[in-house]
Ligand binder design. Structure first.
Ligand SMILES: Nc1ncnc2c1ncn2[C@@H]1O[C@H](COP(=O)(O)OP(=O)(O)OP(=O)(O)O)[C@@H](O)[C@H]1O
Length: 790
């Protein structure tokens, strides 16, 4: 309080000052100073040529007959004489510079507070240069001016010439250190920055491509180089001063100055500017924040861990088969009196697309109506007719190849498209019908629904998604929450628990196989989402990408609860099983996450064997625009997933349809076998890991919070403070207590329970904040007093 009162005085003084110096006055004064500085500058220059001739004019300043040779005549001669001859010699040039800077600040309406520093440093520099010139140029006293000469004379009596020299060196060091941040680390950083180009070129991602060419040699180089850089920056990290240590006082200023709107706006700008400057300085000194630092030696899995699956040689083109299929298509269509003008084949890994241009006059709707008959006549499993192909005026008939080519995970991971993908969460699903690698960004989807009958490739698909991310992301950047009711599909990922998995604080296993745990985890993710939204709000950004970028550039202070946020990918392998046993309890948090979690970097991937409407409900469907269908058994199932048929005509074994809205793309899913996943997890798991899996916020179940009777004496020592925080903010959330009182989540949760028992907050309401039952601090005082009386 005392602090505040003391602060308010200068504020009002500032306000008066600011009111007196209106915007127009600032512009006028600014221009005056700029003009004056230019006049001084020319006078000083001219002085060096005319000073001897003008000596006499100085004494006859008022005599109109006496003329001065200086460019600015008597004024120029007089001021130059004062500043240069009697003053500081050459160093006096600093004055026009300082005046010009001051003038510009006023003219442009910038904050003048920082000018004080500039003037202090400027004057120090003037004195130093003047003495230095007086010292070194003894024969030219005009260079150092009278001040330089006299100061030298004076100092020589006391410390001698060597003493003056040492003094000058010392002051120079002080100026360099304070003004230009001259430090051994800064020099080190400068050279590191220079060398940065090389390091960037050998990022683990790009390493992967090179690895293919150079089979491991580069990886060795990397291993030697990286630690050096990491360790160095790590030590810096410890030295970083908390961002707000100095800015703490400033933070309150804008609120105090609310009366004057003009003043207020300027203040806020300045504050921003200052924190930005501070962040820039931190980045300059210590480099950007590197989330990967803690596992700086982490090596991305090499390509060798993946098999070719016989697909290394590309697609076999069977000319005979092509010809045969073409003839069948032409003759079948002829039976329906549809003439073909042109036919073109595109060969994919599993199917070949025959693109037909019908003869003029034939309506596409006719062909569309005959869709089933044509499929029947061609008499092959997995034929799909696309009439017309979206965006083209042609009709597509997809006919399965007799010999399907397996698309290996290795080939898609090694593809340029995946390697160069500038995506947040790139996933290489497989190959399209035209044999192009298909890469999508999970962050953009933003959630994925996967369905397909048993044995058609769902698990392989899930593994392909996870593998893609493991090959592209560092453990600091992405965390998986794995739900596996079948208990066997995802067990392999246990090995990377401390690298890539997230779990509830009290659970032993990171992979969730128990249904009640799933409910807790989903609610915990909702809390995580709310907490993240709170952080995004504080940081004034819209999504996790902007937030992390801001955090990396050190604009967010970890002391305010800010931290680097990894993406969280929730994978549920058998959703049907879950929804059947837990119903709404699962559906509600899933729907909430699906609706809101996108901006906070939480993405959902849900796979189900039974794509019936009671599993994929309307709410879920509405929030999962990206869907994948492997082969299903009926048209109805296909419609449930994709809103169109087609999935029932797939041939299985990874043949799939992907939609992200309107268009449906047929893909051959990349194949990654269990032994390959085992090798990858083994490779990652054997490396140095975090001490524990990434911990999700603790979720206190609905029943555990109600009706607990806490003894008053058992209350937490921070109970009273927490109650005040909650009542003042009128928001009953544990995260608020956590933040304001700097407590751990568990302790904050316990206090919330005690507050509930004391009747200060209402019961648990899912992931929403609890209702606060006490309206103000006065009522709180009364309530607590009554308690002690009882
Ligand atoms: N992309 C693919 N390429 C080649 N073969 C595949 C592909 N995907 C799946 N298969 C084959 O299909 C088999 C079954 O796949 P998968 O285990 O993924 O099916 P699923 O849909 O998960 O079945 P379930 O629901 O019973 O677990 C695999 O063992 C493999 O032989």
């Amino acid at each position: 309080m005392a602090k505040k009162r003391r602060k308010s005085k200068p504020t009002s003084a500032k306000k008066r000052f600011s009111l007196r110096l209106s915007k127009q006055n600032k512009v006028i004064l600014g221009s005056l100073l700029i003009v004056l500085s230019i006049a001084l500058f020319f006078s000083f220059i001219s002085f060096y040529f005319t000073w001897q001739a003008d000596q006499s004019a100085l004494s006859q300043f008022t005599d109109r007959n006496a003329e001065a040779k200086n460019l600015l005549k008597k004024f120029g001669a007089a001021v130059s004489h004062f500043f240069m001859y009697k003053g500081f010699g050459l160093a006096a040039f600093a004055f026009p510079v300082l005046l010009a800077v001051t003038g510009l600040y006023l003219f442009l309406g910038l904050q003048t507070k920082r000018l004080i520093g500039k003037w202090i440093w400027g004057l120090m520099g003037v004195i130093w240069i003047s003495i230095a010139l007086g010292f070194f140029a003894v024969d030219y006293p005009l260079l150092g001016g009278l001040v330089g000469y006299e100061m030298n004379d004076f100092l020589q009596d006391f410390v001698g010439r060597i003493g003056i020299f040492l003094l000058l060196v010392f002051v120079l060091v002080v100026i360099m250190v304070r003004l230009f941040n001259f430090s051994p680390e800064a020099i080190g950083n400068y050279f590191k920055e220079k060398g940065g180009l090389f390091q960037r070129g050998t990022s683990p991602e790009s390493n992967l491509v090179k690895e293919m060419v150079e089979e491991g040699t580069i990886e060795l180089d990397m291993a030697e180089e990286e630690p050096e850089q990491k360790i160095d920056t790590y030590t810096h990290k410890k030295d970083i001063p908390p961002l707000n240590q100095e800015a703490g006082l400033d933070v309150n200023l804008p609120q105090e100055e609310e009366v004057d709107i003009d003043l207020d706006v300027q203040k806020v700008n300045e504050e921003k500017e200052e924190s930005d400057l501070k962040a820039e300085k931190l980045v300059k000194d210590f480099g950007e924040f590197d989330p990967k630092l803690e596992l700086g030696n982490y090596k991305f899995p090499p390509l060798d861990l993946l098999d070719h699956h016989g697909g290394g040689g590309g697609i076999n083109i069977n000319q005979e088969e092509l010809e045969e299929n073409k003839n069948r298509i032409v003759s079948t269509l002829k039976n329906y009196k549809i003439g073909i003008a042109q036919i073109k084949a595109t060969i994919g890994p599993t199917v070949t697309l025959y693109e037909i241009v019908p003869e003029a006059g034939i309506r596409i709707s006719k062909i569309k109506n005959l869709e089933d008959d044509i499929a029947l006549s061609l008499a092959a499993l997995g034929i799909r007719i696309i009439a017309p192909i979206p965006g083209k005026g042609t009709i597509g008939i997809e006919v399965p190849n007799k010999k399907a080519t397996i698309v290996s995970m290795r080939s898609v991971i090694a593809s340029k498209k995946f390697q160069n993908a500038e995506m947040q969460l790139p996933i290489a699903f497989g190959k399209t019908i035209s044999n192009e690698t298909f890469v999508v960004d999970l962050a953009k989807m933003p959630h994925l629904l996967m369905a397909g009958a048993t044995g058609q490739g769902k698990s392989v698909g899930l593994n392909a998604v996870i593998t893609s991310l493991l090959y592209k992301k560092h453990p600091a950047e992405v965390k998986f929450v794995l739900v596996d009711p079948k208990k066997v599909e995802l067990t392999l990922y246990n090995k990377i628990e401390r690298h890539f998995l997230a779990k509830l604080p009290d659970s032993e296993e990171a992979i969730i196989t128990d249904n009640t745990k799933v409910i807790h985890t989903l609610n915990s993710l909702c809390i995580e989402m709310d907490n993240r939204y709170e952080l995004l709000k504080l940081a004034m950004v819209r999504n996790i990408k902007e937030y992390n970028a801001k955090f990396k550039s050190r604009k967010l202070n970890p002391n305010d609860g800010h931290k680097f946020l990894p993406y969280i990918v929730l994978v549920i392998d058998e959703f049907a099983d879950l929804i059947m046993t837990a119903g709404k309890e699962v559906e509600t948090p899933i729907a909430r996450l699906a609706q809101l979690a996108r901006a906070t970097g939480i993405h959902l991937i849900i796979a189900t064997q039974r794509p019936s409407v009671n599993v994929i409900t309307g709410i879920i469907k509405a929030n999962f625009p990206a869907r994948i269908a492997f082969r299903v058994t009926s048209k109805i199932d296909s419609r449930t997933i994709l809103d169109t048929q087609g999935a029932d005509q797939l041939i299985g074994r990874g043949d799939m349809l992907f939609t992200q809205g309107n268009d449906v793309t047929r893909l051959q899913c990349a194949f990654v076998d269990t032994p390959e996943v085992a090798k990858i997890t083994e490779y990652i798991g054997s490396q140095r890991a975090y001490p524990d899996a990434h911990l999700l916020p603790e979720y206190v179940g609905e029943d555990s919070g109600t009706g607990i009777d806490y003894d008053i004496s058992d209350r937490d020592s921070m109970f009273r403070e927490a109650a005040e925080v909650i009542v003042t903010a009128q928001q009953g959330s544990a995260s608020l207590i956590q933040r304001k009182l700097k407590l751990g989540y568990n302790r904050a949760g316990r206090i919330i329970d005690q507050l509930e028992a004391a009747g200060i907050v209402g019961p648990f309401e899912g992931s929403k904040a609890r209702q606060v039952l006490v309206p103000d601090i006065h009522s709180l005082d009364q309530l607590l007093q009554n308690e002690t009386k009882q």
